[in-house]
Ligand binder design. Structure first.
Ligand SMILES: *Cc1c(COP(=O)(O)O)cnc(C)c1O
Length: 389
């Protein structure tokens, strides 16, 4: 049996007619940059996320970049980020000649550890970028309390978490100063190329983000500030307008798939319960834990990725691959070990980022996409059982 990590064609088939019509409509309009489809998407996103401003941008990376520009990040400013995330979270900081300062993660949620944030604060710290990794919210109450205490801005990296709610029932993207989202095809809401979104409830930031998106010109050709070309294409917005109404049902299917995996791993004796962080005879596989799953939240975890942890990961991965199962490592190298950040001359102790290092060495993402069949999940589980027997 073949089990890909993601099957975009399967999703396309379910709504092909609507998507094709949207593409043709865009072709016939010959309206390609911003315009009515982007405005429609922004309005729909404000409603869906419950935010005051939603501004379509060119990618999730550009969402983060323009967010940092909007809060006036200057060369030398320090921004605290988790050391374990997709590269863009730290890359955008360096692109503004600011300094990414790394914090370790929580071993259960893989999200930034608030206690470690506070340890990293200096006079130069200007902002924190918590990442809602894999599809569940970071500990925003604690992070916001730290931000308030030290007068820092909070930029949420919600690229993997669109529609996710924090324990207070509020959607991520409304929990800091600016929220950033990605519509890269592998995210829960993906377009036909690159796309992104920034959100805010602050009038001043909302206006500024809009101006920065078009080179900082307002009116056109008159520049008080310098922005960039961070515009979203009409064709991407048209696709997203078709897909948005399905998003919650897709995320629900991912949750159903995740719960099926969890049940299988536990009932077959490969693991005792989700959220364990040590391997043992009874926990050969460490399972992800949705920390707010007992509450009444609609989207407590949207499983953009279903990440387990195993020992002998290379062998494990090869075994699955030999049996037709695709997996991925998100992420093999934490930021503090990336060559491009060597010039930061980090002087950290061996154990400073222990949770991130363990995650980087042991984590592996299994197929979890909404269209995955029950038989495929059971097949993946059976091959994992086989590997461990
Ligand atoms: C995907 C992703 C991004 C970047 O989004 P792009 O649209 O690919 O530029 C940023 N941060 C995280 C955590 C991501 O997963």
């Amino acid at each position: 049996m073949k089990v890909p990590l993601l099957d975009l064609k399967a999703q396309y088939q379910t709504i092909k007619k609507e998507l094709d019509e949207a593409l043709i409509k865009t072709a016939e309009s010959q309206y390609f940059i911003l315009g009515p489809e982007v405005e429609k998407l922004e309005k729909a996103m404000c409603e869906y996320l419950g935010c005051k401003y939603a501004i379509g941008v060119s990618s999730g990376t550009d969402a983060l970049l323009v967010a940092l520009m909007a809060i006036d990040i200057k060369p030398g400013d320090e921004i605290i980020v988790p050391t374990y995330s997709f590269f863009a979270t730290a890359g955008v900081v360096s692109r503004l000649n600011a300094v990414p300062v790394f914090a370790d993660i929580d071993p259960v949620t893989y999200n930034i550890n608030p206690t470690d944030i506070e340890k990293k604060i200096t006079d130069k710290t200007k902002a924190i970028i918590p990442v809602h990794l894999y599809g569940q919210s970071a500990e925003m109450d604690e992070i916001n309390a730290i931000a308030q205490k030290y007068h820092l801005k909070v930029i949420e990296d919600g690229a993997q978490a669109i529609g996710v709610q924090y324990k207070n029932g509020i959607n991520v993207g409304n929990l800091g100063d600016i929220g950033c989202f990605s519509f890269f095809p592998s995210k829960n809401l993906g377009c036909f190329g690159d796309g992104g979104l920034v959100t805010t409830n602050n009038d001043e930031l909302g206006a500024k983000l809009r101006i920065l998106r078009v080179h900082g010109g307002k009116p056109k050709y008159y520049h008080k500030i310098i922005g960039g070309n961070f515009r979203l294409d009409a064709i991407q917005a048209a696709i997203l307008n078709v897909k948005l109404p399905y998003l919650d049902s897709w995320s629900e299917k991912r949750r159903v798939n995740a719960n099926h995996y969890l049940k299988l791993f536990i009932s077959s004796g490969l693991a005792t319960e989700p959220g364990k962080i040590e391997f043992s005879e009874k926990d050969k596989v460490l399972l992800p834990k949705a920390v707010y799953s007992d509450s009444k939240l609609k989207n407590y975890h949207i499983y953009n990725q279903f990440v387990i942890r195993v020992q002998k990961r290379d062998e494990f991965r090869k075994y699955l691959s030999d049996n037709g199962i695709s997996t991925e490592i998100y992420y093999p190298v934490p930021f503090h070990k990336q060559e491009c950040f060597a010039k930061l001359a980090l002087n950290y102790s061996e154990s400073a980022f222990i949770n991130s290092e363990n995650a980087a060495n042991q984590s592996i993402a299994l197929p979890i996409y909404p269209e995955l069949a029950v038989e495929q999940i059971e097949y993946v589980h059976s091959k994992i059982s086989e590997f461990h027997s």
